[in-house]
Design a protein. Structure first.
Length: 281
């Protein structure tokens, strides 16, 4: 696919960087950007070389929400037009129906995603960051759900996701008020895994963290744990989680990277992982 609104590149072994690339519009969201992001994430999911994807924005912003020209078009039509083709890439297509909707597929990926929020993240931009597994946020970045000021509902599953990320008290605040919070406050709420002082350092810190995952965590363990976290959100049965964990334990202890992990631990060295990043069956 010809990429016009994002950049997709391999930055380090095991790591890809996706950059939303409309800096003149603070990377405002369009149907083309949506299409290209899904394509890039599907590429990453199918690529055994990629275990972690860092997502950020070019220039001063992460994603300022829907492009205003697209919003005007929706208003004129009196309805929503996603502006995407019918043959969209389907990342995590094998992860089950619960993950087959816009952005919900990010939860179903085996590839870990990290949002490096370097500037404003509003509306769909905030949703994108929230659906990532981890968030590194600049302390002065402005975040808002934004929908209330446009007479819209909470978008892209945020009414399901935000209470799980930060609890109902903080989620109600962000969803009902659509107020702007800075990255520092987002960190106090628990929405940010790490608050970074300078915007320019957010991507570097996210990439450093990604490298630590690639070097220290076995590929199948990383993918399997991510899938466990996702599927356990769909039930309220702790015994089911324990039983599934035991099944996975039995399967994964027979894999070569378990023996390598034990050897590296005993030798006090960095492991040399051999397996592709796929969940245990």
């Amino acid at each position: 696919m010809e990429l016009k609104t994002i950049r997709y590149e391999h930055r380090h072994p095991g790591i890809a960087l996706v950059t939303l690339d409309r800096p003149h519009r603070l990377n405002a969201w369009t149907g083309r950007m949506h299409t290209e992001l899904r394509w890039a994430m599907n590429e990453a999911e199918l690529d055994d070389r990629v275990r972690v994807v860092v997502i950020t924005g070019a220039g001063r912003g992460f994603c300022a929400g829907a492009d205003t020209s697209a919003l005007r078009g929706h208003a004129e039509r009196g309805g929503y037009d996603p502006g995407t083709p019918p043959d969209l890439a389907q990342p995590a297509a094998d992860s089950g129906p619960a993950f087959q909707a816009d952005f919900a597929w990010m939860l179903g990926l085996e590839t870990v995603t990290i949002a490096a929020v370097n500037g404003p993240a509003a509306g769909v931009g905030l949703a994108l960051a929230c659906w990532c597994d981890l968030r590194f946020v600049a302390g002065d970045a402005k975040l808002t759900t934004a929908h209330g000021r446009l007479n819209l509902p909470a978008e892209y599953g945020l009414s399901w996701l935000l209470p799980r990320l930060i609890g109902l008290v903080h989620a109600n605040d962000l969803l009902l008020s659509s107020r702007v919070v800075l990255g520092r406050e987002a960190g106090r709420m628990g929405l940010a895994n790490r608050v970074v002082g300078e915007s320019d350092d957010v991507v570097a810190e996210a990439l450093d963290y990604a490298r630590s995952l690639v070097e220290n965590v076995a590929p199948a363990s990383l993918a399997t744990t991510k899938r466990q976290i996702a599927t356990d959100q769909l039930h309220d049965n702790p015994a089911q989680s324990v039983v599934e964990a035991q099944r996975l334990l039995d399967a994964m202890m027979a894999q070569p990277d378990f023996a390598e992990g034990v050897s590296a631990l005993n030798d006090r060295r960095t492991p040399r992982w051999a397996q592709p990043p796929r969940t245990a069956t």
